[in-house]
Ligand binder design. Structure first.
Ligand code: FAD
Length: 296
């Protein structure tokens, strides 16, 4: 599906809001959800969109930001965060993963995500720019398909979780298959919420997990599979490759990977998005039926 096909019917220019962090919920050891209070200025957005946060607004990050800018030779840009909330929910929520720094492997320490996750921001005021992005359901989704496949890994689940909640709340017709890849059971975001949605809508929602680093995934029940998302699993879950719509979000080759690949003259290693989209193509799913969001 092209961006134009799926674009919101009415696109508004992003607006800067000053919001209060109502609370911060630690979801896993490295990921937290920030619930943002927009006060009496109700935000207008579509499920699946994102907002931007400018790291320069935080005095605590001033020195690190100045140092990174000197090292990189460019101004640190705003960071984008998909909305974990659906428009009918009281708070706008973002779910942020604390980026890793692995000496010798990652080039620079991450700037903003550790601060958002561990900065004890409950009660803090933030400036955010919102709302953007065409990773949303088309207005006429009921006419286009009766099956939406969510194909997500790690924090890539964020916008799809919002889309799923919104579609169910609005009583849209398509059923949903939510295929969620993680390293371990402890890394799975929104585990209980997804289970609850499946229980409330047994004929509309099917959640399947794949775990790449769990030694005995069978103890978590039949909906939990071992290893990466592979073609046979997609074949099993997508009986309708000609009519489903796929929303895929997760790690993809980054601009830094591409630069390194050029420098070292070795191709960049495909990540979740490249690999799974290759499988979808092999199943005969056309590009116009695949919508993707990457965080690079
Ligand atoms: C549309 C969109 C939606 C997103 N939604 C989410 C979300 O819901 N949740 C979430 O957690 N994240 C999301 N992201 C990612 C998010 O915007 C940030 O990229 C992420 O939080 C990391 O930011 P940081 O400041 O912590 O790290 P950064 O400072 O950006 O660093 C991240 C990595 O990039 C490397 N790097 C940075 N600059 C360079 C350089 N010049 N050369 C080489 N390597 C470099 C660093 O070494 C580090 O490994 C989204 C991104 C997009 C584009």
């Amino acid at each position: 599906m092209s961006a134009a096909e799926a674009a919101p019917s009415r696109s508004r220019k992003p607006v800067e809001y000053e919001v209060t962090v109502d609370r911060v919920r630690m979801d896993t050891h490295d990921t937290a959800t920030l619930f943002l209070d927009f006060g009496d200025r109700p935000p207008e957005y579509k499920a699946g969109q994102f907002l931007n946060i400018d790291p320069h607004q935080f005095p605590a990050l001033g020195r690190l930001s100045a140092y990174l800018q000197e090292q990189k030779g460019r101004k640190e840009p705003q960071r984008s965060y998909s909305l974990a909330s659906a428009p009918h929910e009281r708070f706008v929520a973002i779910t942020v993963k604390d980026e890793e720094f692995i000496p010798g492997l990652t080039r620079y320490p991450p700037l903003l995500s550790p601060f958002l996750v561990h900065g004890r921001l409950t009660g803090a005021r933030l400036r955010v720019l919102g709302f953007m992005g065409p990773y949303v359901l088309p207005d006429d989704v009921d006419q286009r398909t009766d099956h939406i496949v969510h194909l997500v890994a790690g924090s890539g689940a964020v916008p799809n979780f919002a889309i799923l909640k919104d579609a169910l709340h609005r009583g849209l017709k398509p059923r949903h298959t939510f295929l969620f890849s993680n390293k371990t059971w402890g890394d799975v975001l929104y585990r209980e919420e997804l289970e609850a949605l499946e229980r409330q809508h047994p004929d509309r929602v099917r959640v399947v997990h794949t775990l790449t680093r769990e030694t005995d995934e069978s103890r978590y029940g039949p909906r939990v599979r071992k290893g990466r998302v592979h073609q046979a699993l997609l074949e099993e879950l997508i009986p309708d490759p000609g009519s489903c719509l796929v929303y895929a979000c997760g790690p993809a080759i980054t601009p830094w990977d591409r630069r390194k690949a050029l420098e070292t003259r070795t191709p960049a290693t495909p990540r979740f998005i490249e690999t799974t989209i290759g499988h979808l193509h092999a199943l005969g799913i056309e590009d116009k039926r695949i919508k993707r969001e990457t965080y690079g």
